[in-house]
Design a protein around this ligand. Structure first.
Ligand SMILES: C[S@@+](CC[C@H](N)C(=O)[O-])C[C@H]1O[C@@H](n2cnc3c(N)ncnc32)[C@H](O)[C@@H]1O
Length: 218
């Protein structure tokens, strides 16, 4: 049994879920306090999981001639150490995570970072846009419906040509307090019909990841 399946079994225990839900305030608070305590972006951003995620995104960036990438939910930057992007902007609501990325990539003038509060940021004039908008294991962590809707809208409005999503696409509430799986492909069909799903890639058997990759083209 993998550590991930043990954690999933534990997190489905009604008592554990009740205690966690009571202490959970919001998605943004959860992540800021996790990083502030020295926590990381999670197992999916390290080891073989991170390598596989990088292989997929780096492959598409090269193959499609992508000129710039905007990453909504860049996290602690460990995943980013494996990235090969010509020009990059990483955003995250956690100031601690973003400060860590700024420190980690100091001297790399292809990478910029910005901490943002989704509730007090609007960009209809399109300042924060790139050729490809990226979402790596963020969607199933968006607990509140308004945060999920805002995130999906922002993700697609940030992309000129492509959107790449790494997430789980099955709605399921029976999770840890900081996880809520959603069938986000239905949101896209309904809200962004001008975008087409070009590719879907599943993780190989040896990669212990609950997410798949989805490539959308406008
Ligand atoms: C599991 S981590 C993934 C980090 C990174 N994408 C990776 O793959 O290593 C989820 C990240 O989503 C961020 N996040 C939470 N709510 C968000 C929102 N509304 N917009 C953007 N990012 C958000 C968290 O702060 C956290 O850094």
């Amino acid at each position: 049994m993998s550590i991930r399946s043990v954690m999933t079994t534990l997190s489905r225990n009604p008592l554990v879920r009740q205690v966690r839900r009571r202490t959970f305030r919001s998605t943004a608070d959860y992540w800021e306090s996790r990083y502030a305590k020295g926590g990381t972006s999670g197992a999916g951003s390290y080891g073989r999981q991170a390598e596989w995620k990088a292989e997929v995104v780096n492959g598409w960036v090269a193959e499609l001639g992508v000129t710039s990438v905007i990453d909504l939910g860049c996290g602690d930057g460990n995943q980013l150490t494996l990235a090969k992007y010509p020009r990059y902007l990483g955003l995250d609501p956690s100031e601690t995570a973003v400060r860590g990325c700024i420190e980690r990539f100091r001297g790399d003038d292809t990478k910029s970072f910005l901490a943002y509060d989704p509730k007090s940021m609007a960009d209809p004039a399109g300042w924060l846009r790139a050729d490809l908008a990226l979402s790596l294991e963020v969607i199933f962590h968006l607990i509140e419906d308004e945060i999920f809707n805002d995130y999906m809208t922002r993700l697609f409005d940030s992309a000129e040509r492509y959107v790449v999503i790494c997430s789980n696409d099955t709605a399921d509430d029976e999770r840890a307090a900081h996880e809520r799986h959603r069938d986000f492909t239905r949101w896209i069909e309904r809200e962004r019909p001008q975008w087409t799903l070009e590719k879907r890639v599943e993780p190989p058997a040896e990669v212990d990841l609950q997410s798949s990759f989805f490539l959308y083209r406008r």
